[in-house]
Design a protein. Structure first.
Lengths: 461, 219
């Protein structure tokens, strides 16, 4: 394939390297972003999209209602496969969330300007993904109303939860993650909510945004405190990017099941999480910038950078797959070797090959400049990668459980209608929340974009 | 431009944040308190029985031993509810015309058991054995309270799992010499810590790890 990159000093590459389209002022940035929420009439497309996702949420409600009525027997799980879709989907969703935190916290601390226009909706995406993820561990317990048992509260049993169990670590990791992400997102929103309050035309809007902005006046003291709070939260959120999926990987790695009990799991899970997260950010960013004409704010430079992050994390994931194989063969542990054979030739081998195709082969296209700058290719690839990452979790959960130590304990797993209804239902929930978010809150941080205007105009001088 | 919010809104906002936190905290404490309250545990509630049998009279005043009626307490998981025949051992001659005891005589004539109301009800998933406790020096009154002072029996303790574990974690606080097990008025002596530790060794009571293991009680 030809990889014709324009010369470094050409006007085209200069334009492409911008993180903000040319000719923007404080006013134009504010106008453009706040108009999406305040003045632009809601488009027919929004209503259609919202209606579709809302009806999928209806299906989710039915699926959850039926689950609570009948119990987990409506799913395809049965011994030996006690973990089916619920765990696969949980890990998939929680992984997707990671990109938001990485963009908002780590890239902030590393002073990466290109994070500015994507951090807000990436953080929102994190929150919604965590919300979707949180449903699954709750319902997979079978008796979700007993879930409070997992919290260390002074119970009448005189017992604490089993702190040596990764399930309890999960509760702490995910709830901390959800809380910090929410705080981070909300603190970042406060100046923008004040902008919306000041620009709102109708009184109820003024009151609602006014209450949400918590009396923000934009004084120097406010900004000073805001920036320290934001920096502190970024510092708090940074370790979470690594810790949450590490702990999720411990759910597996602590167990002795072949294919789970490996030390490569934490780093490779974290890389996989960021990989799928960036894919999801692209899946959302590309239609968003198109629908609302935000090409000046979410530029090709952003898409290009995100594609590069995907490529890098994708390679780490590929390395993880390789090491899993290598360690099985190198250790000569017969159960591990057998598991490798099962992945390659067992009943679920097609899933494994599909996974390799989606997660390792396809992203290699991102080495090419032309591919990274082709919006359609990026969009399709982001979806392929998300499918691939879902398959990865399916392969890990299902192949290991269906083929463990004793042949008499082997089994098969296939999801039922209710498994699919719940999974697709959470996708509906995610999309619906995104639609609502775009409609009622500024999808791009207005305050930070204004800062960017100042910084870029200084650079031009 | 006129202000949207009056000055007082600042106070209302702060006040509602603090009161929300306060109310949530209060609600949590209330839930935890209710779970331990006699309302939930049925502690200290006397139960209406088919015949208002007084343990105070029979044990306290007459000095009848527990095992006269609860015959299997030393050998079996359940202490045993006496058959009507046990009552009639005495009541065929004592108060044999009292109308108060007519249900007992009726039961004796018709061979239909008196349906006593169970006072100490453990959850079905708990395996409890009276004999092991009695034989290892845990007295009746440790769990049942001073039954010799109860005109109608009530549950003297919470029967919460926490309460079971309190003893299983440190049984030496309640262990008695074997001849004191059925003594309703036994009080821990001053040197109980020393005595308990000695008895614990003497009775070959298992380690605390074994006593609090899940499957000791949930089999």
């Amino acid at each position: 394939m030809s990889d014709e990159k324009p010369p470094r000093d050409s006007p085209e590459i200069k334009r492409l390297s911008l993180v903000l389209g040319p000719g923007h002022t404080y006013g134009s940035v504010t106008d453009k972003i706040s108009a999406i929420v305040l003045t632009r009439p809601t488009s027919l497309g929004w209503f259609i999209g919202f209606a579709i996702s809302f009806s999928i949420v209806g299906m989710l409600t039915v699926a959850l209602g039926w689950l609570i009525t009948k119990g987990t027997g409506i799913w395809g799980i049965n011994i030996p496969i006690g973990w089916g879709f619920a765990i696969v989907n949980f890990i998939w969703w929680i992984g997707i969330g990671h990109a938001g935190t990485l963009i908002s916290a780590i890239l902030f601390l590393l002073n990466q300007k290109w994070r500015t226009s994507i951090n807000r909706f990436a953080e929102a995406m994190t929150l919604f993904a965590v919300a979707c993820a949180g449903i699954f561990p709750l319902i997979h317990t079978g008796r979700p109303w007993m879930a409070f048992y997992m919290f260390p509260y002074p119970s009448t049993m005189g017992l604490w939860p089993q702190f040596r169990s990764p399930l309890i670590w999960d509760v702490f990791a995910v709830s901390t993650y959800g809380t910090v992400s929410l705080l981070f997102w909300y603190v970042g929103l406060i100046p923008d909510l004040a902008t919306l309050r000041d620009r709102a035309i109708k009184m109820p809007m003024k009151v609602i945004y006014g209450m949400l902005s918590m009396g923000w006046r934009g004084s120097a003291r406010h900004w000073h405190r805001y920036q320290s709070a934001y920096l502190l939260l970024a510092g708090l959120a940074t370790p979470l990017v690594l810790s949450v999926h590490t702990i999720v990987s411990f759910d597996f790695a602590i167990g002795i099941v072949p294919g789970w009990h490996t030390t490569i799991f934490p780093p490779y899970f974290v890389a996989g999480a960021i990989y799928s997260g960036f894919a999801m950010v692209l899946t959302i960013a590309i239609p968003l910038r198109k629908a609302y004409g935000l090409e000046d704010f979410i530029t090709m430079r952003h898409l290009d950078n995100m594609a590069k992050v995907m490529l890098a994390t994708g390679l780490i994931v590929a390395y993880g797959y390789f090491i899993e194989f290598f360690m099985a063969l190198y250790s000569g542990n017969k159960f591990d070797v057998f598991l490798v054979q099962q992945r390659l030739h067992g009943p679920y081998a097609p899933f494994y090959y599909a996974l390799l195709l989606c997660n390792i082969l396809t992203p290699q296209l991102l080495w090419f400049y032309k591919m990274r700058h082709n919006v359609a290719v990026l969009f399709i690839m982001s979806i392929v990668v998300n499918i691939g990452m879902w398959l990865e979790r399916f392969v890990i959960v299902v192949i290991s459980l269906t083929r463990d130590f004793v042949p008499s304990a082997w089994g098969r797993y296939s999801p039922t209608f209710w498994d699919w209804a719940t999974f697709i239902g959470t996708m509906g929930l995610f999309v619906m929340l995104i639609f609502l978010f775009v409609r009622v809150l500024p999808a791009i941080s207005i305050a930070e974009m204004r800062e960017l205007v100042a910084e870029t105009s200084e650079e031009e001088k | 431009m006129a202000q949207i919010f009056h000055r007082s809104t600042n106070f209302i906002a702060r006040f509602s944040v603090f009161s929300a936190l306060f109310l949530i905290g209060l609600a949590l404490i209330a839930v935890l308190a209710v779970a331990r309250s006699p309302y939930m545990t049925r502690q200290n509630f006397t139960r209406e029985q088919p015949v208002q049998f007084s343990h105070k009279h029979h044990v306290g005043d007459d000095g009848i031993d527990c095992r006269y009626c609860h015959t299997s307490v030393e050998t079996s998981a359940v202490a045993g509810i006496p058959p009507t025949k046990t009552c009639m051992n005495c009541h065929s001659v004592l108060y044999n015309n009292a109308s108060y005891l007519e249900p007992v005589r009726e039961s004796y004539r018709t061979h239909k058991s008196i349906e006593w109301v169970k006072v100490h009800r453990l959850a079905d998933f708990v395996y409890f054995n009276h004999s092991i406790h009695v034989n290892k020096g845990v007295g009746c009154s440790t769990c049942h309270g001073q039954v010799n002072q109860m005109p109608l029996v009530f549950q003297a303790n919470t029967l919460l799992m926490q309460w079971c574990l309190d003893c299983h974690r440190a049984p030496e606080h309640v262990l008695r010499p074997k001849d004191q097990v059925f003594n309703m008025d036994w009080k821990a002596p001053g040197n109980q810590a020393e005595l308990g530790a000695k008895l614990r060794v003497e009775y070959k009571i298992r380690t605390t790890e074994e006593l609090v293991s899940c499957s000791t009680c949930h089999r």
